[in-house]
Design a protein around this ligand. Structure first.
Ligand SMILES: [Zn+2]
Length: 258
């Protein structure tokens, strides 16, 4: 079982070593911007590394959006990040499930998701798995409630979409963590990655506020149980830099016997 952390993109392998991490996740560009990624000087080093690499797409990517000024650039950006991530030997590109906005029809969001995959296929295909992540909130979110996730999967499952389960987002999004892996797998058939985070916000609060394990509102045993049941690698996206994340990684290793 491989455990790692979300780190600063400047020198991810140094960050991994500092935390004793077997996996790292980072952004290729400003997560709030529409900039396309540029080639990295350390690409060969990342590709050759023993550390598993995961890339997180920018937060502003929302391929579900009914607004074509958001949806179209999002589609293009997702493919650009997928290509750049593959250049680094990444195992997956994580992207949030997105949302359609208050008052809009969620069905349109699922259709738009399918169109994003169709667009990528038409442009030569996705060079690595896209891991769709459940979200804590968002107006009319595609992947907050699992009944909506099931509809999303009806739209994208056939394209080989992967899934990233964030424990903070699930809890704050109103999904019980007990036996969550079974419930997700009944829908998606797979969990490719766990984002192992505690939550500052309460159950069903809709708040996306990560906390160090054992510090927030989630029983850390439920996070450990989700990692164990999924058999998937885990990434902590928690505060506190090297010290805070090393403690979270140590807790997961100790309690999961990894
Ligand atoms: Zn996450």
């Amino acid at each position: 079982m491989r455990i790692g952390a979300h780190v600063d993109p400047t020198d991810p392998l140094v960050e991994a070593a500092a935390r004793g991490a077997e996996a790292v996740q980072f952004f290729l560009t400003d997560p709030q911007g529409y900039k396309s990624p540029t080639p990295r000087d350390d690409a060969a080093e990342l590709r050759a590394s023993e550390v598993d690499i995961y890339i997180h797409a920018p937060y502003i990517v929302n391929v579900a959006s009914p607004n074509n000024r958001i949806r179209i650039p999002s589609r293009k950006l997702l493919l650009a990040h997928a290509r750049a991530a593959a250049e680094l030997g990444a195992k997956g590109l994580i992207v949030h499930g997105g949302h359609v906005g208050a008052g809009a029809d969620l069905d349109a969001g699922f259709v738009n998701w399918r169109k994003a995959f169709e667009y990528a296929e038409k442009e030569g295909g996705l060079p690595l798995p896209i891991l769709i992540e459940n979200t804590a909130g968002g107006d009319n979110a595609c992947a907050r409630r699992f009944d909506d996730l099931a509809r999303l999967w009806d739209a994208v499952g056939s394209f080989g979409a992967g899934f990233c389960l964030d424990t903070c987002h699930a809890f704050a999004g109103g999904e019980d963590l007990l036996n969550i892996v079974d419930r997700v797998k009944a829908i998606t058939g797979r969990i490719d990655l766990i984002h192992a985070n505690d939550s500052k916000g309460g159950f069903d609060s809709g708040q996306d506020r990560h906390d160090n394990l054992g510090n927030g509102k989630i029983d850390p045993e439920l996070v450990v149980a989700a990692i164990r049941a999924s058999g998937a690698p885990a990434i902590v996206e928690t505060p506190g830099g090297v010290e805070g994340q090393s403690a979270d990684i140590a807790l997961l290793r100790e309690r999961s016997g990894a």
